[in-house]
Design a protein around this ligand. Structure first.
Ligand code: HAM
Length: 422
């Protein structure tokens, strides 16, 4: 027996129905915010991903050499591919360039609920603007996308890497120390962080204040801690402007400043953010993003860039946990010929219905009425058309409502208009 490879999944028609619902819903929100869709290849040259992160990232990638000897990788995310495409083909486009995407990603992660080796992201990149308006809109879009899917309980947390850098400078931490500390901050492992800071010779008093600042959402407290750093102070004021816009212009009040949001990827700078669904427990992060720098590294002319990606699979899990009622996979009409001589007519009716934009199917197993009705029910058919010789003589058929069980005789000529109305 064969099984799906570890960390991958098959999706049945019912599951695909949920995924298509979500994709359409999100595409509608993206386009309502003025975004255009982009698609890039599933695999890229390996260098695209090692350019920023170094060779160490290879451990987390699916890499292979093709028959021409090229080193390639299945994409672990879409930001680097989209920026590569921008530098190659889109630099002359009017700015800001607002791009959204859906795509499968591959990471050599340890699989568990909500964490897969093949998963889908829905994301976007905004290229050519770094204004407060643009950043506020990006936050609003991420939040609105998830709310529009039907999710009720989500948390938007906003951090800032410029401010974290200023704090590291204040604590006189070296670059190597930061490499050890950042993952601990990212995972909110504050006890381990305390020990690591002691190892870096930071005073107890400084450690306590730092931990407090990392966990507070009080801007005044943060400002007083970084008061000697001009860059960080300017960044904090910018962040306040962004948050005011988010609240007053985009009407989104449910967010928190959380400096412990530092993001795992290497290309971020300045404002970063995450959205969680607490209902998911361990793998609760639905969305991550922020502003970043990749264009100069890929040989393009530097312009501001920011974006985010939503874990598509986790969003479905969160909706399921919240008992969201996804639209069911349904069939408008199932046609049952009462005997084999009615088959051709039944198929002709089905084809006419399909031509009128009505989804239709017919019994292909030459079953009796009872079994055919059972099958129609299993396919969530709304109506059943029964084609019998007696009715057909009068150019009529029997139309059955599957919800109520009521039946009526309908003229064949009227059936399409009748079903269309329904
Ligand atoms: P990321 O945080 O690595 O960011 O991934 C974004 C989202 O993808 C996560 O929040 C999570 O929901 C989902 N995700 C990540 N890994 C897995 C996995 N193994 N299984 C299931 N879901 C997963 C990025 O990828 C950035 N490119 C986002 C971005 C776009 N930043 C700027 N622009």
């Amino acid at each position: 027996m064969f099984q799906v490879p570890r960390g991958t999944r098959d999706f049945t028609p019912d599951e695909m129905q949920k995924r298509r619902y979500l994709e359409q819903n999100m595409a509608t929100t993206f386009t309502s915010f003025g975004y255009g869709e982009i698609q890039t290849p599933t695999f890229e040259n390996l260098e695209l991903f090692t350019a920023k992160s170094g060779e160490s990232i290879i451990n987390e990638l699916y890499t292979f050499t093709d028959k021409g000897g090229r080193a390639l990788a299945l994409r672990p995310e879409l930001t680097a591919p989209v920026i590569r495409c921008y530098v190659e083909r889109l630099q002359m486009e009017p700015k800001p360039l607002k791009l959204f995407y859906f795509g499968n990603c591959y990471r050599y992660d340890r699989p568990q609920k909500g964490r897969y080796r093949e998963f889908q992201q829905a994301g976007c990149e905004v290229i050519g603007t770094g204004t407060c308006e643009a950043t506020a809109e990006l936050l609003a879009l991420a939040y609105t996308l998830l709310k529009n899917t039907g999710l009720k309980n989500i948390r938007l947390n906003i951090g800032n890497l410029t401010i974290i850098s200023a704090i590291f400078k204040k604590l006189r931490l070296l670059k190597d120390d930061q490499k050890i500390l950042l993952p601990l901050i990212d995972k909110s492992q504050f006890d381990d962080l305390k020990i690591a800071l002691r190892d870096c010779n930071v005073s107890e008093e400084m450690i306590d204040t730092f931990l407090e600042v990392l966990q507070t959402s009080d801007i005044t407290k943060i400002r007083s801690f970084i008061s000697e750093d001009t860059d960080a102070k300017t960044e904090l004021t910018t962040m306040e402007t962004i948050l005011n816009l988010l609240k007053n212009a985009f009407h989104i009040n449910e967010y928190e400043i959380k400096l412990s949001i530092v993001r795992g990827l290497d290309y971020y700078k300045g404002l970063v953010f995450e959205i969680d669904a607490p209902v998911l427990g361990a793998e609760k992060q639905l969305c991550g993003g922020g502003s970043y720098d990749l264009i100069p590294l890929f040989g393009g002319t530097e312009v501001p860039t920011s974006g985010f990606a939503i874990g598509f699979d986790r969003t479905i899990l969160a909706l399921e946990e919240e008992m969201f009622l996804f639209p069911a996979l349904k069939l408008d009409v199932f046609v049952i010929p009462v005997n084999e001589t009615m088959n051709t007519t039944a198929i002709q009716i089905v084809q006419e219905l399909r031509g009128h934009g009505i989804s239709a199917d017919f019994d292909q197993l030459r079953r009796g009425m009872g079994k055919s009705l059972k099958y129609a029910d299993a396919k969530h058919a709304e109506k059943v058309i029964i084609v019998g010789p007696k009715e057909l003589e009068n150019k009529t058929v029997t139309l059955r409502d599957m919800k109520t069980g009521t039946q009526e005789i309908v003229a064949l000529a009227d059936i399409y208009t009748k079903l269309k109305k329904i």
